[in-house]
Design a protein around this ligand. Structure first.
Ligand code: PBG
Length: 325
């Protein structure tokens, strides 16, 4: 195939040709919208480093759910800001905890909206780590039971799916066993299987008030330099019973998304995280890039790399644009 016999521009000459051979699609049902739930009444606080993203009190959720459904976003993931924090993160698994109340409210007011919960302790511990601390270290095995209890309390409150994001070893099987023993065998686990120790989580830690008070997360989250280790992490989670494998962050790790898609036959999710969102918003605000176009190109690239599902703060904005086509 050499010029002039083959001319790639032939198939690009108008939108009908281009649409016909387009390899990747982007649709609202592939997007999950993160929601931050906070204590109090009638609260709607914008996160300073994430323009357009709000922390909402439970009573504001019905309105938010309605807006999601109207734009075609059928799925949200919940993060909670508890009233109180303690060393063991006990607020994470309280029956009337912030996330548990949020699930009930959403399931009451918008039963068709799929509610996934982030299962982690860092928003609930006073030290900000994702597990409990023993001898100044994040202790893996004592944390497992707390995570399983948290996942169970979410399922009991009515969650449709749980998503452990703590990166403790063995959490998927612990959560799976606990859910099964309590008759929640139909609740899927979307595992944050490959989660890197990333600086792109900065704005999220402001939003969810969960920055570690000492040290960092590098003894449990993955080293950004590693790619083969991602396969080992994902293999473990598959063996332990994960239903969806997630890679996080997304854009700096498109190679990892692609690798997981090739190696595994489970659905692949990617988390387009807070810092990735904030960078686009900031550059767009300055007029340096076209925010809408960069948003779409970015989400499309995550899909092209192999993600079936994208968790993104852009979900509603993107869906509105797609719906208007
Ligand atoms: C909780 C958790 C974090 C994110 C999702 N779940 C923060 C962290 O690990 O520090 C980050 C999401 C984002 O940056 O948008 N462990």
């Amino acid at each position: 195939m050499v010029f002039p016999e083959y001319r790639p521009r032939r198939m690009r000459q108008n939108e009908t040709f281009r649409a016909m051979i387009r390899e990747t699609s982007l649709a609202p049902e592939q997007l999950i919208y993160p929601l931050f739930v906070m204590p109090g009444k009638n609260k709607k606080e914008e996160v300073p480093s994430m323009p357009g993203v709000f922390r909402l009190s439970v009573d504001q959720l019905a309105k938010e759910a309605k807006e999601c459904m109207q734009t075609g976003i059928k799925s949200v993931i919940l993060f909670g800001l508890p009233e109180k924090k303690d060393p063991m993160g006990s607020g994470a698994h309280q029956k009337d905890g912030i996330v548990q109340r949020a699930i009930k409210e959403l399931k009451n007011k918008a039963p068709d909206l799929m509610v996934t919960t982030d299962v982690c302790l860092c928003e609930y511990t006073d030290h900000g780590h994702c597990g409990c601390i023993i001898d100044n270290k994040v202790d893996n095995d004592t944390t497992l039971e707390l995570l399983a209890r948290t996942a169970l309390s979410h399922a009991r409150a009515g969650a449709d799916m749980v998503a452990p994001s703590d990166m403790m070893d063995g959490r998927v099987s612990e959560i799976r066993n606990t859910l099964d023993e309590n008759d929640f065998h139909m609740i899927p686990i979307m595992s944050y299987a490959v989660k890197y120790a990333s600086a792109f989580y900065g704005p999220f830690r402001d939003a969810a008030d969960c920055a570690p008070q000492f040290g960092d997360r590098r003894s449990y989250q993955m080293d950004p330099a590693n790619s083969r280790e991602a396969l080992r992490e994902a293999t473990l989670d598959v063996d332990e019973g994960a239903d969806i494998l997630m890679v996080k962050p997304a854009v700096a790790y498109l190679d990892i998304i692609s690798k997981l898609k090739d190696e595994f036959d489970l659905p692949i999710a990617a988390y387009h995280v807070s810092g990735e969102y904030a960078m686009i918003k900031a550059a767009a605000e300055k007029g340096w890039i076209n925010g809408d176009q960069v948003m779409e190109e970015t989400l499309l690239s995550i899909r092209r790399a192999g993600a079936d599902i994208i968790i993104t703060y852009f979900a509603k904005e993107m869906a509105k644009i797609l719906n208007n086509r």
